[in-house]
Design a protein around this ligand. Sequence first.
Ligand code: TXA
Ligand code: MG
Length: 313
Amino acid sequence: MRNVGTDISYASRLISEGGVVAFPTETVYGLGANAQNPNAVAKIFALKERPSFDPLIVHIASIESLSILSSQADERVYALAERFWPGPLTLVVPKSAIIPGIVTSDLNSVGIRMPNHPIALKLIQESGCAIAAPSANKFGRVSPTRAEHVLRQLPEVDYILDGGKTMVGIESTVITLDKEGFIILRHGAITAADLEKVVKPSAKEVKSLVSPGLLKSHYSPNKPLYIKGEFDRPIDPSRAGYIAFGKRPEGPYKEIRFLSEKGDMVEAAAHLFESLHAFEELDVDYIIADPVPELGIGIAIMDRLRKAAYRYR
Ligand code: TXA
Ligand code: MG
């Protein structure tokens, strides 16, 4: 395919000329454009069919850029950035005027992160701008962990930088800070226990906050997904794909894929979207998935699974 490759110079030229480029990060593939070019950012919303109320994350390649994009970030923000960047943590901070309203859905805050991926970092550096990027999937669908997944959902994108399979496999942890401490807006590989080593948690409930990302249904595969033990409709196992965690399920399932055979949660996160994409392509009528323990990164995995299964209740 002509629009898939590994040419970072070409990709960065496209970005600086107002194009849209999909690129790998350590979490999932992003769909990027120059964060200071409103017309380019508008193309992201159009390609993704994403509602304009859902703000984008701005990706940077050095901590110095943080002070340009956020004039009022306090020392706790810098402490978190020093500890977890580059890495899967998005910090929602007060935004400065140079970020156009389309990026943040006119909120006065902006989500910023420095990805831990050499291709992403080089792309940002060579483009010479911060890159606004949501995950590179159609709105509401499964996030991409390979260039092929992007191509399937967004074939019209100007270019897809192919960096192979992403390592973490689920999106970044998104947090904001109030006077007391941090509040998790989206769970990810960096857990509350990790964050508590740097900043105190806030007692505030996430439900009382407005975060556009807190949708009940998201990450939906193109066929019904049921979580084992959380559904009661009859299933023909010979037509089902099974996403297993730990032990092999009993029953004549058409196909079984493991999140992790040895019950490793980090490995499970890396295989979650992979397995959903695989079953979208395979000849099965529905997907059954084992739940994982809701501890550590397991909280983020179950958040994704429940949202992916929501519309098939
Ligand atoms: O790992 C990731 O975060 C990936 C890679 C590409 O960096 N990006 C990603 O972006 O997952 P997206 O757009 O699919 O999810 C961004 C989430 C959404 O839930 C959005 O509502 C939330 O972050 N968010 C972004 N800016 C925000 C803000 N200013 N206030 C509250 N939530 C915000
Ligand atoms: Mg997304």
